[in-house]
Design a protein around this ligand. Structure first.
Ligand code: ADP
Ligand code: MG
Ligand code: MG
Length: 354
């Protein structure tokens, strides 16, 4: 472990810190000031560790080709949603089995989950799909998202009352979405900004269903459900990363299921944009691919809920407004943190208004 100029601790590949922590966990001990919230029993972990090197927010290290220890480089005392969600989801098979959360005093410093062999995230596999033009994946991740929501909506010791009803007509979501639109308009300059400004009214109209909303079911959502959080691994697809949305502060953890679904479907669109930009995929063919993928995703999602007798969990009238809000958030994110990302939401918006 080395300390960077800003005091942030950095893990070095093979420096043994992760291995030691996992050994301590296996003994059920964690030296003070650390403490552990055990979730499920840890399997035996052989020696050896290596860093995960894909684009990521945190630092994930694979120990013994068996577990992944995700270190949070900037631990915060603010409550972190993942440990409770993972405890709630211990019966949900389609995520990396959660073993433990490690705290330093009351700040979450690491999460320990199962390692999924041969895993690739959607910024790889879904871009491959966009390039190849296949859409079968969309049905698979649509049912995966629905299964996740069914598990979120099932009572557990952690969340005995996991489905709530929103108060009707409060207008908070409309305000939140309109604020995102205003910010996206302010932060996006140049030709893109001019294009957006011309469509500001049309975009605002898309948000209107949020104003006249009747009471609608709320569940604990994933909160950051894009294809990058869906791993295709040796045995299928799995959803990971329950950290919540890093770009929305202070949101109610209970949200409509449509929030996750809208983010997931727009991320398929983004994968298409990446394929066009980085792999010279044909724009028209990719746009058609995105349309049918999104349709298949949504159909499979709805079917899975319906088969479970829970179709009422999705309020479909929220999907379009949340998709529009999501694209605004992508623009805000690009303007604030990653300017080169702007092409993706702009490409999607242009395809919607073509
Ligand atoms: P972050 O919060 O840093 O985005 P994620 O939990 O999304 O962390 O993980 C980052 C990346 O690490 C994923 O995109 C994936 O490539 C890899 N990864 C995460 N969890 C696992 C796992 N259980 N098995 C294998 N690879 C994983
Ligand atoms: Mg992630
Ligand atoms: Mg994350």
């Amino acid at each position: 472990m080395t300390e960077g100029p800003d005091g942030v601790l950095a893990l070095e590949a093979g420096d043994g810190v992760t291995e030691r922590v996992v050994r301590d966990l296996a003994r059920g001990a964690a030296p003070p000031p650390f403490s552990v919230r055990a979730l499920l029993p840890l399997p035996p972990v052989p020696p050896g560790e290596r860093l995960i090197t894909v684009d990521q927010t945190n630092h994930s290290v694979i120990a013994g080709e068996t577990v992944v220890v995700k270190w949070f480089p900037r631990p915060s005392r603010a409550p972190h949603p993942a440990p409770a969600l993972l405890a709630h989801l211990t019966g949900f098979a389609r995520t990396a089995t959660p073993y433990a959360a490690v705290y330093w005093e009351d700040a979450l410093v690491a999460l320990v989950t199962a390692y999924l062999p041969e895993a690739r995230d959607g910024w790889e596999w879904c871009v491959d799909e966009a390039e190849a033009g296949g859409t079968d994946f969309a049905a698979e991740i649509g049912s995966l998202a629905a299964e996740l929501h069914l598990a979120m909506a099932a009572p557990s010791a952690v969340f005995p009352d996991p489905v709530r009803l929103s108060p009707s007509g409060t207008g908070v979501w409309r305000e939140r979405a309109e604020e995102a639109l205003r910010e996206a308009l302010t932060l996006t300059d140049g030709e893109d900004g001019a294009w957006l400004a011309e469509r500001a009214e049309a975009l605002r109209r898309e948000l209107e269903p949020l104003a006249s909303l009747a009471a609608t079911p709320l569940i604990r959502i994933h909160g950051d459900l894009h294809v990058g959080q869906i791993l295709r691994w040796r045995d299928g697809y799995a959803v990971v990363d329950f950290d919540g949305n890093p770009t929305v502060a202070g949101a109610d953890p209970y949200q409509p299921a449509a929030r996750d679904l809208a983010q997931l479907t727009t991320s398929v669109d983004h994968a298409g944009q990446v394929a066009v930009r980085r792999r010279s995929a044909d724009p028209a063919a990719t746009a058609a691919w995105a349309v049918s993928s999104r349709r298949r995703l949504r159909t499979a999602y709805t079917r899975t809920l319906t088969e479970a007798g829970r179709s009422g969990l999705l309020d479909a009238s929220l999907l379009r407004p949340f998709e529009v809000e999501q694209e605004c958030r992508e623009l805000i994110y690009a303007a604030r943190h990653l300017p080169r990302w702007r092409y993706a939401p702009m490409g999607v918006l242009r395809s919607w208004f073509a």
